[in-house]
Design a protein around this ligand. Structure first.
Ligand code: FE
Ligand code: FE
Length: 290
C-alpha cells in the first residue's frame, strides 16, 4: 500500500527491511553464525535489489542533496505525533502482500528494546532500542528508500572504500569535485562528528526528533547506528573529536541488539504496554514534533 514497499526503478527493495537483512545476514553475520545463503548466491534476486539500492544511494547522496534534506526536514514541521501515532504511522509501511507479519516495524523495535531490557540495561537504553528506527517515517513523507535506510557515510569529503559497494561512489558527482574529494574535504581535522554531514537517512532525522529528551549516549546510538564505516570499520577517525571516541563504545554496545535480536517468540505487546507507557511518560512529551 505504501510507495516504500512497491518496487519501482527508484525503489528497488521489495521491503525496507531487505537492507537490514543484507547487513545482518551478509555483511556482519552474528559471530558463530554462517552468512546466509541468499546473498552469497550471485543469482539471488534479493542480492540484486540490494546492489541496485546501493547504486542509487551512492549516486544520489551528494553534499548538496544532504544539505537540502536537512533544511527540508530538520525544522521538524511535518507533523506532531504521540509515540503511539508515530508507531501506527510507521506500521503502515508493512506491505499487505507480505505474509511474514513477524517483520513489521513495531516487532523490530520491540524485539530490540526487550533484548536490551533482558540484559538489565538502564531504562533510557531500553527506550532507545524502542525508538531507534522511528525515523523511517521519512518513507511515508515520500522519500525514496535510498534516502531513508542504508549505511551512512560522511558527505563533503573523500568516501571510504570500507563503505559497502564503494565502486558506486565513482558515480557520485562529488567524487570528481576537488572541493569534496580530498581526505578532509570541507571539514577540519578532528572537527567532531557533530560538524560532519552524513548521508541523509533515518538516523540523523530521528536524532533531531529526540535530541531534547534522551541522554547523550542514547543520542549517539540513534544518530550513528547505521554509520558502519565508523563503528565497525574504524574509518573516519580523523573527523572525530574526543567526545566521539568516548561515545563510540555506546554505539557499539547498541549494534548487536539492532542486528541480532530477532527472537522466534513475538513479544506480547498487550502485556508489555504498561511498562512502555511508564517509560514514554518518564522521558517524552505527549506529542513529539517530526
Ligand atoms: Fe535503523
Ligand atoms: Fe533497526
Amino acid at each position: 500500500m505504501s510507495t516504500a514497499t512497491t518496487k519501482t526503478a527508484d525503489q528497488p527493495l521489495e521491503h525496507l527491511h531487505d537492507w537490514e537483512e543484507f547487513v545482518e545476514g551478509q555483511l556482519y553475520p552474528e559471530p558463530n553464525q554462517k552468512q546466509k545463503e541468499d546473498y552469497r548466491n550471485y543469482d539471488s534476486p534479493a542480492r540484486d535489489t540490494v546492489r541496485e539500492f546501493y547504486r542509487l544511494n551512492h549516486l544520489n547522496q551528494t553534499f548538496d542533496f544532504v544539505r537540502q534534506k536537512e533544511s527540508e526536514f530538520l525544522p521538524l514541521r511535518k507533523r506532531e505525533m504521540t509515540i503511539y501515532e508515530a508507531i501506527e504511522f510507521l506500521n503502515t509501511l508493512v506491505d499487505d502482500s507480505d505474509p511474514d507479519t513477524d517483520l513489521d516495524q513495531l516487532q523490530h523495535l520491540l524485539q530490540t528494546s526487550e533484548a536490551i531490557r533482558r540484559d538489565g540495561h538502564e531504562d533510557w537504553f531500553v527506550l532507545t532500542g524502542f525508538m531507534h528506527d522511528l525515523g523511517k517515517v521519512l518513507c511515508l513523507f515520500g522519500e525514496p528508500q535510498w534516502a531513508v535506510v542504508g549505511d551512512t557515510f560522511p558527505v563533503g569529503c573523500q568516501h571510504s572504500d570500507k563503505v559497502v559497494y564503494p565502486e558506486f561512489f565513482a558515480l557520485n558527482p562529488d567524487s570528481k569535485n576537488p572541493q569534496f574529494n580530498s581526505r578532509l574535504g570541507v571539514y577540519e581535522e578532528g572537527c567532531g562528528l557533530k560538524n560532519v554531514h552524513l548521508s541523509w537517512g533515518h538516523d540523523e532525522y530521528l536524532y533531531h526528533v529526540t535530541k531534547d529528551y534522551l541522554p547523550e549516549p542514547a543520542l549517539y546510538m540513534i544518530r550513528y547506528h547505521s554509520f558502519y564505516a565508523w563503528h565497525r570499520e574504524n574509518e573516519y577517525d580523523h573527523l572525530c573529536d574526543a567526545r566521539d571516541r568516548e561515545m563510540l563504545s555506546w554505539v557499539r554496545k547498541f549494534n548487536p541488539y539492532d542486528l541480532y535480536s530477532k527472537c522466534p517468540v513475538k513479544p506480547n505487546w498487550a502485556e508489555l504496554k504498561p511498562y512502555y507507557d511508564n517509560l514514554f511518560a518518564k522521558y517524552l512529551p505527549a506529542k513529539i514534533a517530526f
